[in-house]
Design a protein around this ligand. Structure first.
Ligand SMILES: Nc1ncnc2c1ncn2[C@@H]1O[C@H](COP(=O)(O)O)[C@@H](OP(=O)(O)O)[C@H]1O
Ligand SMILES: [Mg+2]
Length: 372
């Protein structure tokens, strides 16, 4: 498949991530209201105790509905994080109503993003069908959309960073990636070289980043409440290759990555800047636009990374000039279904190859002496 032939896929993916991000912004605002007035925007717990909200289901419904409208539902394969189980329980009527309202409110604006909109509001059955359709398990062959409707749900419910992440995988390769980062601080003007902030530049909030495999380009658009933006800027990852000058980022949650190991590693390399703890794939976004140089994640060995937590971010970082591998220096394998099978210890994303080589070397040196 020629990557150039993916114009409609890219266009649709970018536009629907803008629309989905606008839904998230509204739901996150509601979550900050007292629970009696937040319109059913409460936070639920999944079986693994991680949070899930109206936004997770709402985004999944919207993306699934739009992709089915544009590409047809026949043979449409979507691998996504949420399922309908808790939404279909009898006690979930209010929750399903809140998802329905959020989805229909967002879809009523779809034309502002150049996307199809339904003739009449979607019913609960349509919404459950759209969410439930995203149950593909992927694999080595064929075309699969990969969606994390709200990555970093903990950040989302805390009013912090989160991302809407959509990617397209074909025959195990990530061809397209789109990241909606509604709370990302973006410098407003004079931005010719990524989204680095300067002291003089004014900063606005929210962007969508995207890249097509092999294009050598990653792009960023501002997030506009009123519709699809006219402009896009090229992103360039940082050329800093001296760890002493590098900014390292890692997950906020101690449970998701070994902070002690990362701190020891950074220390051994002479890193001086304070580690940035950031929720979600926004860490990949920070590397792609030059705000950070290194993202490291060392989960517990029993944890298996899911493809939707990485696919979009990896292609965006790579096309912006960065390098992403496991801790053994091997490319992440998106061909094995829902999980990143065979991952060696952790994930290392760097803004350039020279820095990446240094970090991988330091991981080897530190590993033996660590108690991981
Ligand atoms: N025990 C664990 N170890 C590592 N990652 C985990 C984890 N439990 C959940 N995660 C993943 O870490 C993601 C959040 O990333 P981060 O910690 O970098 O902010 C979660 O995404 P969701 O919030 O979409 O569930 C989830 O997929
Ligand atoms: Mg996630």
């Amino acid at each position: 498949m020629e990557v150039e032939s993916l114009a409609t896929e890219m266009e649709t993916a970018v536009r629907v991530v803008h629309l989905a991000s606008s839904l998230c912004v509204k739901v996150q605002e509601k979550l900050r209201l007292p629970s009696s007035t937040n319109g059913g925007g409460d936070v639920k717990s999944k079986d693994d105790d991680s949070p899930v909200t109206v936004a997770d289901w709402g985004v999944q419904a919207i993306v699934s509905w739009v992709l089915a409208e544009v590409f047809g539902s026949h043979n449409l394969s979507i691998i996504a994080e949420e399922d309908t189980e808790s939404l279909t329980k009898s006690e979930s009527v209010i929750l399903l109503g809140a998802v329905s309202n959020a989805v229909n409110e967002a879809l009523s604006e779809a034309h502002k993003y150049g996307l199809p909109k339904p003739d009449k509001p979607l019913g609960s059955d349509d919404i459950l069908k759209a969410i439930g359709r995203c149950n593909s398990t992927g694999g080595p062959k064929g075309r699969h959309w990969v969606l994390d409707p709200v990555d970093g749900t903990l950040g989302f419910v805390r009013g912090d960073q989160y991302a809407v992440a959509l990617a397209l995988i074909e025959d195990g390769k990530v061809l397209l990636g789109v990241l909606g980062c509604p709370n990302y601080p973006v410098k407003k003007e004079g931005l010719s070289n990524g989204c680095n902030q300067t002291e003089s530049g004014s900063v606005s909030k929210g962007c969508v980043m995207y890249a097509k495999r092999g294009s050598g380009q990653a792009w960023m658009q501002p997030l506009h409440p009123g519709g699809y933006p006219e402009s896009a800027r090229l992103l360039t990852a940082s050329t800093v290759d001296d760890p002493v000058l590098a900014t390292v980022c890692e997950p906020v949650e101690r449970a998701n990555s070994n902070h002690l190991f990362t701190a020891g590693l950074a220390n051994s390399m002479g890193v001086r800047k304070q580690t940035m703890r950031v929720y979600s794939m926004v860490k990949y976004a920070a590397i792609a636009c030059g705000d950070a140089e290194v993202f490291m994640k060392f989960a517990q060995s029993s944890y298996k990374e899911k493809i939707w937590d990485h696919a979009a971010g990896v292609v965006i970082v790579e096309e912006a000039g960065g390098v992403v591998t496991d801790a053994g220096g091997r490319k992440l394998d998106f061909s094995k279904g829902v999980y990143l099978e065979g991952l060696d210890r952790g994930i290392i994303a760097c803004s350039n190859q020279v820095l990446h080589d240094k970090i991988i070397g330091a991981v080897y040196a530190s590993w033996e002496s660590s108690s991981l």
